[in-house]
Design a protein around this ligand. Structure first.
Ligand SMILES: Nc1ncnc2c1ncn2[C@@H]1O[C@H](COP(=O)(O)OP(=O)(O)OP(=O)(O)O)[C@@H](O)[C@H]1O
Length: 322
């Protein structure tokens, strides 16, 4: 990879004796689209909230988070404020709750432009209109005067994306941006994110519990389980050669691309709570391929092939450490 835009090294988060992240190494290159997948509770959101200094004070965060060479962990609040909504923007699952219900859309987008670009008045309004246009809001000029409750879920998410773009971020972190939307709208928002990335050159981190969503939009995927990255690969390689049994399980739960929809073969059991981590490989209690050695130690990530690593004792026994 070229010089990364963002590099997380050994990122760990502890909520009062309960380790939610247990050493995350992850890098995002400029302009790259990286998917972060895993079931609910794996630590996907905590990873980026920790990286951007957005966790509550009682969370103990250790490791390193570098943005373009600058260390963010332990950086003064003024530095983090400048980064958030500046070089890095974040959007979330529920756009309706992120918009202020009592202010018109145009004002909210213009405020974001004022905060990050110093734009005011008619200039800010014109730029807000351009942004709404860019994110595919029809009749953007009139929509500036709408209130959030007048927008559909998909349109609200488009407005959130417009506000995120206001600072011309180098990285957009999108945390389950389509989970609350119906399937057709979901596809449109994913397409929009892909198109904006190509137009603006920004990098994209797409957080999702759905490998299918990530496969459509991202070039590379990191699979998380119980606060660790268990597999990482270019998206095509992950589908062709899923190596960690957890990844295999997630793939097995995907509905077929064509043909009748069938009930998903979800992986039995659930993600362990941070306070109740099993010894060794945290996935072992749910893993159909587990053997006694899996409980003995946390497996290291090992290179399966160039750019493709997995952390499974059994799958990678004869391979070299990544
Ligand atoms: N503020 C907090 N205090 C204590 N525990 C927390 C806090 N935030 C998250 N956790 C715990 O950290 C673990 C990881 O949560 P996280 O939200 O990152 O998971 P996720 O993979 O993003 O899932 P989801 O898609 O449901 O958000 C969970 O067990 C969660 O309960």
């Amino acid at each position: 990879m070229s010089e990364p835009l963002v590099a997380l090294r050994g990122l760990a988060v502890d909520f009062g004796g309960a380790p939610a992240l247990r050493g995350i190494d992850l890098a995002v290159a400029p302009g790259e689209a990286l998917g972060l997948v895993g079931e609910s509770g794996c630590g996907k959101s905590v990873t980026w909230l920790a990286a951007l200094g957005l966790l509550p004070g009682r969370a103990r965060v250790t490791g390193s988070v570098r943005l373009g060479g600058e260390e963010l962990l332990g950086a003064p609040p003024a530095v983090l404020d400048r980064v958030r909504g500046g070089r890095v923007a974040m959007i979330f699952q529920d756009p309706a709750s992120s918009l202020n219900p009592v202010h018109r859309i145009g004002r909210q987008v213009a405020e974001a432009l004022g905060l990050h670009g110093g734009l005011r008045g008619a200039v800010a309004r014109a730029e807000a209109r351009r942004l709404l246009d860019q994110v595919g809001i029809p009749d953007a000029g009139r929509r500036l005067d709408a209130y959030p409750h007048e927008l559909s879920g998909g349109q609200s998410q488009r407005v959130m994306i417009a506000m995120a773009l206001a600072s011309r971020p180098e990285l957009l972190v999108a945390d389950e941006p389509t989970t609350a939307l119906d399937v057709t709208i979901q596809a449109q928002i994913l397409e929009l994110l892909g198109a904006l990335r190509r137009e603006t050159g920004m990098a994209l981190v797409l957080i999702s519990h759905d490998l299918g969503v990530v496969a459509e939009t991202c070039e590379r995927v990191a699979v998380m389980y119980a606060g660790r990255i268990v597999e990482e690969a270019p998206v095509g390689r992950l589908f062709e050669r899923p190596t960690h049994p957890y990844t295999q399980g997630l793939l097995g739960a995907l509905p077929p691309l064509d043909g009748p929809r069938r009930p998903l073969a979800a992986i039995p059991g659930g993600v362990p709570e941070p306070g109740a981590m099993p010894p060794g490989c945290a996935f072992a209690p749910r893993c159909t391929q587990a053997e006694p050695a899996c409980a003995a130690g946390v497996p290291e990530a090992v290179a399966v092939e160039p750019g493709h690593a997995a952390a499974c004792l059994r799958a990678t026994r004869d391979l070299v450490p990544a």
